[in-house]
Design a protein around this ligand. Structure first.
Ligand code: ZN
Length: 106
């Protein structure tokens, strides 16, 4: 009888950390992480990826620079709202129901 393979040690959990929201302008949704600046989706929550990605934005986006913590928070909320709205609109709604034209000829 075959014995079940020994349990693998639990893989390093890559859970999204809340602090990354303001640090890197990322937020977590549906198990993925989304850049609040450009809407790019990252499948795995890896801090180094977020950091690198964010830094490329910061270098090109003056409005992300020199923000105090309050302004930063407001900016993040603003961008996040836009992205969430966009994501929502991307999701397929009910397939277009073909209207049955049964014109009853009298
Ligand atoms: Zn981005």
């Amino acid at each position: 009888m075959n014995e079940p393979a020994p349990k693998k040690p639990r893989e390093e959990q890559r859970a999204f950390q809340q602090k990354w929201e303001l640090e890197y302008f990322f937020f977590s949704t549906n198990g993925t992480s989304t850049c609040a600046v450009c809407g790019k989706v990252f499948q795995c929550a890896r801090e180094s990826n977020f950091k690198k990605h964010y830094q490329s934005h910061e270098g090109q986006t003056p409005s992300l620079q020199n923000l105090n913590s309050v302004a930063r928070k407001n900016k993040f909320q603003e961008l996040k709202t836009v992205q969430l709205h966009r994501i929502k609109n991307l999701q397929p709604e009910n397939p277009r129901s073909d209207t049955n034209d049964d014109e009853t000829v009298s």
